[in-house]
Design a binder for this molecule. Sequence first.
Ligand SMILES: O=P(O)(O)OC[C@H]1O[C@](O)(COP(=O)(O)O)[C@@H](O)[C@@H]1O
Ligand SMILES: [Mg+2]
Ligand SMILES: [Mg+2]
Length: 322
Amino acid sequence: MKRLIPVLKNDGVETDLIMLIRTILATSKEIAFRVGQGELAGVLGSTLDENIQGEVQKKLDVIANQLLKDMLLEEDSVAAIASEEEDHAVPGNPDGRYIVAFDPLDGSSNIDVNGQIGTIFTIYAKRDDVPHDSDEQFVQAGIKQLCAGYVLYGPSTLLVMSTGGPTRCYTLDLTHGGFLLTTPEMTVAHESKEFAVNMANYRYWHETIQTYFDNVLYASQAFEKSSMRWSAAMVGDIHRILSRGGTFLYPEDKRAGNDNGKIRLLYEANPLSMLIENAGGQASARGQRILTIEPHSLHQRVAVVMGSSSAVAFFNRTVYES
Ligand SMILES: O=P(O)(O)OC[C@H]1O[C@](O)(COP(=O)(O)O)[C@@H](O)[C@@H]1O
Ligand SMILES: [Mg+2]
Ligand SMILES: [Mg+2]
């Protein structure tokens, strides 16, 4: 089995970007260890604090965020970081070449029930036209990502990553602690009847989206034999889709503040869209390719549909073109 670094070198990835990726992965191994220890490491349960999105922070959200922040801000190549758990960009080395954004712990509602959780990350080149430590650094379209990935803390600890080429999967080898290449090229099946959505939100959806799911659930023969999965961790649902196809949806709805659903563009939708697209799938928001969206703020949300291209195209035709 090939090790991570030779694969990245072979992919033509620059040395200091490889070093930065190594730092993110070293931190994720520390997070994986704490996740595995669970209550023994005192990482379960909530804090009394809320993040800028008004979500109560879990202890592990805060621990994972602090570990990543500490390790990344030690890196000379990092000009700034942004995180789901930080209100604004956090300054690093003004001469750093890169900026890093991350969701330190995705699937927070699964932490206390031993469910699937993960860390999502994305790396961009630093902008030279705005201050190195400003939120504007992160106002870059997803198409400009240099590297995107996630580490999934499940039965195995897996790394799924793209540096612009194929979406590759690596497994953490517990015998020597390194990531080994286990799937050189992940591909998203073009067709799939498996979908992931929080169906409990049906009542809040706009009529066209309700009609789409009426067809899926009972009204249309085309959707017979459909199957639903919802892991409550986007990283887990996307991993299943990269492994066997399907569609992930978190649509907009009528509730206040939900005009763009729940998923954040910078450190959830953009990195996962890059992985899906580089595996042959599609990722869109209200019919627009997610990677072409010009962001306007760090924590902005987008209504998401991504995965098997035929299902994504059908959803967009039904909901936004009819
Ligand atoms: O509570 P819901 O509606 O099931 O939403 C679950 C979604 O929220 C998230 O947990 C949000 O991410 P965080 O856990 O990082 O806040 C996604 O991973 C998941 O897809
Ligand atoms: Mg998340
Ligand atoms: Mg999170």
